[in-house]
Design a protein around this ligand. Structure first.
Ligand SMILES: Nc1ncnc2c1ncn2[C@@H]1O[C@H](COP(=O)(O)OP(=O)(O)OP(=O)(O)O)[C@@H](O)[C@H]1O
Ligand SMILES: [Mg+2]
Length: 331
């Protein structure tokens, strides 16, 4: 694909300092909903940092707070407490006019329901044109053609959503989400209504967009294959980020490339971390654990464990396998 002139300007024209702003920072984010006198703590002190140009998947059980987080990042909703900034803008400090501008230009979003993303009575090209005219984005026709081309739906330009497949609708929706050169693209289960093969195509399209345009991208998904498309997966549990899996390409001693996936616990500003449930169950950890600061890691033992036992059993393991040492330090 040739480098698109108008689209390329957004990504390559921005200098490093500006791009450093195109990041998501959430600290101790709390969102409490009150419905019929009952309080629901959808976010309970969530901490998340996403760097400029990153592509991150957010996963987690139903009700864990994923959509609540995206609602806040998209400027639709406000947190009850905590701090949140996107592309250098403090979302709690926006006036209502700034909020409208933020939603039009700084973030783009794609929702699960294809019908929520596109206006049914407009063609793909007209949907893009409308989004751009609201934000007064220049070079509309050219940009629209280039975006549809980038998402490989140029052939759909003059069709209405009802004349498109689910996958095509979502790719047009991504193009609309990108219409006003947002710094951040947010997608809440963009593949939720699609079959497996089409999901993979849409996730791959989002990866392509992230790579070509450098747009910081956050995808909420239940798609179990998402790990094949992103290098970083953040898991939300009970309204907090709990663990992260980072993937990188490693090379074996024989020179073969392979993917290395490492799981990390998320550490917040005051040092809190969540241990994975299976670790707690396996070691019978409850209520309190014993911590010990070692030279290069922190040891965590179940309370019931006799103190001497764990200390004696640990050093041998670490000396045999330095990679485990790294993992322990990360926990
Ligand atoms: N407007 C609201 N009023 C009251 N409670 C809400 C509201 N929105 C969300 N919640 C509650 O907040 C919690 C988190 O909801 P959220 O929609 O963020 O979950 P989710 O992780 O997106 O789940 P799913 O995977 O099912 O989409 C849930 O318990 C939900 O019932
Ligand atoms: Mg949701």
């Amino acid at each position: 694909m040739t480098t698109p002139t108008v689209l390329g300007a957004a990504a390559t024209g921005a200098d490093a300092a500006t791009r450093a702003d195109a990041a998501i920072r959430c600290a101790d984010l709390v969102r409490i909903f009150t419905a019929d006198g009952v309080e629901v703590q959808a976010l309970q002190g969530l901490t998340l940092s996403v760097d400029s140009g990153e592509l991150v998947a957010i996963v987690g059980a139903s009700g864990s707070g994923k959509s609540t987080l995206l609602g806040i990042l998209s400027g639709l909703d406000k947190p009850t407490a905590g701090q949140v900034s996107v592309a250098g803008r403090d979302l709690l400090a926006l006036s209502s006019r700034e909020r409208v501008d933020y939603r039009r230009r700084t973030v783009g979003f794609v929702w699960q329901q294809t019908s929520r993303n596109l206006l049914g009575y407009l063609t793909a090209r007209e949907n893009l044109a409308l989004a751009m005219s609201l934000a007064k984005t220049p070079d509309r026709e050219r940009r629209s053609a280039e975006l549809l081309d980038l998402l490989e739906v140029a052939h759909c330009a003059d069709r209405r959503p009802s004349e498109l497949s689910g996958g095509e609708q979502q790719r047009v929706a991504i193009a609309v989400g990108l219409a006003n050169e947002p710094r951040v693209l947010l997608a809440d289960e963009p593949t939720g209504e699609l079959d497996e093969a089409t999901s993979a195509e849409v996730l791959e399209a989002m990866r392509g967009v992230n790579r070509e345009l450098g747009v910081t991208t956050l995808i909420v998904t239940h798609d179990p294959t998402v790990s094949e498309h992103v290098a970083r997966t953040v898991r939300i549990r009970d309204g907090r980020t709990s663990t992260e899996v980072l993937r990188r390409t490693g090379v074996t001693a024989e020179g073969d490339e392979h993917t290395v996936a490492e799981e990390y616990a998320v550490l917040d500003r005051v040092g809190r971390l969540q241990l994975p449930q299976e670790y707690l169950t396996t070691l019978g950890m409850r209520e309190r654990v014993r911590l010990a600061l070692e030279a290069d890691h922190v040891g965590v033992w179940p309370h019931a464990q006799p103190a001497g036992h764990a200390e004696q059993s640990q050093p041998d393991t670490y000396q045999q396998d330095p990679s485990q040492q790294d993992q322990e330090a990360a926990r």
